[in-house]
Design a protein around this ligand. Structure first.
Ligand code: FPP
Length: 243
C-alpha cells in the first residue's frame, strides 16, 4: 500500500471552539476570538517552518452575520487590528495574504484593510495565507454557475464545453490549489459550507482541541496524521503510486 509521506501543499482549517474556550474560563465569547488570533500566529509560523505553501483559515462565514451584533463587531475589529498589527511580521516571514469571500457586506474600513493587507504582503513567496472572510461555499458555487451561464448566454461557451475545470476557474479559489488536508478543531465533524467543491479529495482531521489551544505542536501533529494517510483519488492503491 502506498502512503503519502510528503508535507501537504495546502492545509485548510476551520477554527472552531473560541466561544467554548472563553465560556470555560468565565470570559466573554469575543475573548476567545482574541485568544484565537495567537493560534493564527502559531499556525502561520509552523506552516512556514514546515514548508506548507498554502494555508486557508475560515475566519468568518456568511452565516456568522447572524451572531449577536456585538460579537460580529468584535470579530471585524479584531480582523482590522490584526491585519495592520501583524503585517510587518508577515512580510518578514514571506507570507502573502489573500482574502476570499463576498465583499458586499463589509464596511468601508474593513474593505480598506483588505486592500491594504493584500497589497502590502503581495511579494510574499513562502506561504499564501488565504483568509475566508464572509465566505460560503454554496454561495461561491452559485456565483460560479451564474458566471458560466452568462458566458453561455453570450455565446462564448456551449453547455457541452462545461467541464470541472470551467467551474473551478469561476470559483473564488481559482488561483489556489485544492486543499490536501482539512482540519476542524473542537471535535465537531462538519464542513459547515467550507470549500465543498475544493475538498473533494482532501484528507480530514478533527482534533478535540479548541482553537485557542491549537499551537505549533498541534499543527505538526496534524501534518503527521496527514503523512500517515493513504490517498487514492478514487483509484486502487497500486495505481496511485505515480501520483
Ligand atoms: C469559531 O469559533 C470562530 C470564529 C467564528 C471566528 C474566528 C476568528 C478569529 C480567530 C479572529 C479573527 C481572525 C483573523 C484571521 C485575524 P466559535 O465562536 O464558533 O466557537 P464555539 O463553537 O465554541 O462557539
Amino acid at each position: 500500500m502506498s502512503k503519502q509521506h510528503s508535507i501537504p501543499q495546502h492545509v485548510a482549517i476551520i477554527m472552531d471552539g473560541n466561544g467554548r474556550w472563553a465560556k470555560q474560563r468565565g470570559k466573554e465569547r469575543y475573548e476567545g476570538h482574541i485568544a484565537g488570533v495567537e493560534s493564527v500566529r502559531c499556525v502561520v509560523r509552523a506552516a512556514v517552518e514546515c514548508g506548507v505553501k498554502w494555508l486557508t483559515l475560515y475566519a468568518f462565514s456568511t452565516e456568522n452575520w447572524g451572531r449577536p451584533q456585538a460579537e460580529v463587531d468584535a470579530i471585524m475589529e479584531l480582523f482590522c487590528k490584526s491585519v495592520v498589527g501583524e503585517a510587518p511580521e508577515l512580510i518578514k516571514q514571506g507570507v502573502r495574504i489573500q482574502i476570499i469571500g463576498e465583499r458586499n457586506r463589509f464596511s468601508e474600513r474593513v474593505l480598506q484593510m483588505i486592500d491594504r493587507i493584500e497589497s502590502t504582503t503581495a511579494g510574499g513567496d513562502k506561504l499564501t495565507l488565504v483568509l475566508a472572510f464572509n465566505y460560503s461555499s454554496r454561495r461561491e458555487i452559485v456565483l460560479a454557475a451564474e458566471a458560466v451561464a452568462r458566458r453561455v448566454a453570450a455565446g462564448e461557451l456551449s453547455p457541452e464545453q462545461i467541464t470541472e475545470s470551467t467551474i473551478a476557474e469561476h470559483l473564488m479559489t481559482r488561483d489556489i490549489p485544492d486543499p490536501d488536508l482539512v482540519v476542524r478543531t473542537s471535535g465537531e465533524c462538519r464542513l459547515s459550507n467550507f470549500l465543498l467543491w475544493q475538498a473533494s479529495y482532501a484528507e480530514f482531521y478533527f482534533p478535540e482541541v479548541l482553537w485557542p489551544d491549537f499551537d505549533e505542536q498541534e499543527f505538526k501533529r496534524a501534518l503527521e496524521v496527514y503523512a500517515s494517510r493513504e490517498r487514492r483519488y478514487g483509484l486502487i492503491a497500486e495505481s496511485t503510486e505515480t501520483k
